[in-house]
Design a protein around this ligand. Structure first.
Ligand SMILES: [Zn+2]
Length: 81
């Protein structure tokens, strides 16, 4: 429960996918975004890997969290290899 009232319909960010998103991918492009700027993509179970690898291939810092999870403090480093 996030507590913002009406639950939003969260849809996967993958083109042409209408699945309900269950993952949130937080990322930024260090070349154009400042440290505190975070972009968010939403992903269904099927596309979370695709979207994460798309960003990881560009060496963008990213974090994948479950939709509805409490926002965690910034994680330094991350677990992705
Ligand atoms: Zn999807």
């Amino acid at each position: 429960m996030i507590g913002f009232g009406e639950p939003e319909a969260l849809t996967c960010s993958r083109a042409n996918c209408r699945e309900t998103a269950v993952w949130r991918i937080e990322w930024r492009n260090p070349k154009i975004h400042s440290e505190d700027r975070v972009k968010v993509w939403l992903a269904c179970d099927e596309h979370v890997d695709f979207l994460r690898e798309f960003l990881a291939a560009r060496d963008f810092p990213l974090r994948v969290v479950a939709v509805g999870a409490d926002p965690a403090p910034q994680v330094a480093g991350g677990a992705a290899s």
